[in-house]
Ligand binder design. Sequence first.
Ligand code: HXC
Length: 259
Amino acid sequence: MSDVFKPGLLQGKVAFITGGSSGINLGIAEAFVKAGAKVVINGRNVEKLEAAVKGLQQHGTAMGLAADVRNYESVEKAFQTARDAYGELDILVCGAAGNFPAPAVGMSSNAFKSVLEIDVLGTFNACRAAFEHLRKPGACVLNISAPQAYLPMAMQAHVCAAKAGVDMITRTLAIEWGGAGVRVNSITPGPIDDTEGMRRLAPGDETREKLTRALPLQRFGTKQDIAQLALFLASDAASYITGSIMVCDGGQSLLGSGL
Ligand code: HXC
């Protein structure tokens, strides 16, 4: 990634990232650590979490806290532990998400509920539990959304419902928390290379080539593309931006659902 931001952009800041042990969220964690922030990543799988923390620690200060975002008490405990270790929180990234392609009639009620609970309830739980630990004024929340929030997609009824909910949490909290000096925004990644989401949704060379040809920018995005947007939104350069759904998708959203 080219260093377009000044060194130490997030020096002295503390960030907490749910679902931070892989994919886009780990990319954001790495960029934040390199920018000088102390970073807490959260995930369900302890081994994955430990491996990710080891990698982050090569660039700066990081720790991992295991918790299932669906369980409010364990999330609350994780924020208290993070606060005790690093102090008040400047940046919360709600990235934990579930996804699998399945037609509505091939999905059990429990399958639908699982994704809703990870994405919507998990985002609410993290925001709710973090609030008392956020630095006020000055903190910000970044909720990781998806094009499914506004593009209906076959095989994605659960994710479409969930991500629309995530974006409405963003917009509602932006109103409620603006007075406390806390900004809340969504990041909407389009097709991003080397992620579990794309492995599940666009498997195989043929699907990938078709999608690439259709995209206005004619390429998949990278984790760095998303990390750059997260760095910008977390920085003072974005101090007047709240309640925005920031799309980073190579122009995919211009195409409707006709990909
Ligand atoms: C149908 C499925 C299924 C599938 C799981 N289930 N996979 N149903 N098709 N492929 C069902 C199970 O049978 C079960 O229902 C229910 O979902 C819960 O599954 P469990 O494995 O028991 O639960 P849990 O451990 O909570 O896991 C939930 C999960 C999660 C949602 C399946 O493991 C998951 O999604 N992991 C992937 C994480 C991931 O890819 N994250 C990136 C998201 S990317 P029953 O009825 O049998 O009990 C993203 C944006 C993509 O969100 C944007 C691209 C443009």
